[in-house]
Design a protein around this ligand. Sequence first.
Ligand code: ATP
Length: 233
Amino acid sequence: MLRVSGLVAGYGPVSVLHGLDFELSEGEVVVILGANGAGKTTTLRALSGMIQVQGIVEFAGVPIVGKKVEEIVRLGVAHVPQGRGTIADLTVEENLRAGAFVRKDREIDADIARWYETFPRLAERRGQAAGSMSGGEQQMLAIARALMSRPRLLLLDEPSLGLAPLVTRELFERLREINREMGTTMLVVEQNANLALEIASRGYVLEAGRIATSGSSSELMSDEAVRKAYLGY
Ligand code: ATP
């Protein structure tokens, strides 16, 4: 579904990604691990068209380097950025409708109802401004909003950031369900490596803008260097 080859990216004169090669198959959940500043967020920004890149990125056989963010969303890629992926002044429901901006079908209301069922807290707070919701509620809203575009590939940047452990676990359970029920492919950047490797089947470890290690979740969990650096034991 996604093929990345020789991906190079940075910010002005600062070079961050030095030639990444990786692939995702339809329906997979894959995690990107790495230390602070390794280039994880930059990788997701590169895939969603937020920054200029060089190299080859093909989504469902379509080259997407140079395409605008909106075109990439239309192709089926949704990005939940780190922190607040919501529009603060809009209500919960307005945010969900905004997430469906690329769609013209008549099932938008049905999808909103579906995500209210998955995230009941959003239903309770449908009229509340997103900016006044708690961090965990906003994270759920950001994910539901991205799902409103009916993506085939969901890019998630540290979904657990700032969330209490129980809320994080709940959120990852929901992500696992969405992947199972809808087959949504997910590429997850996550500091909570233990949890991410539980829902992912594979992972890549990024070090200073290069892929240092890759393997199945069980291979990564039993790799001593990965364990020490990212799993904390
Ligand atoms: P973290 O785990 O801390 O979020 P990360 O692996 O996601 O780290 P990136 O956010 O991709 O790392 O940043 C990679 C490098 O790019 C860092 O050195 C960072 O300072 C730099 N960088 C990120 N955004 C910008 C920007 N807008 N302008 C200049 N440099 C940037």
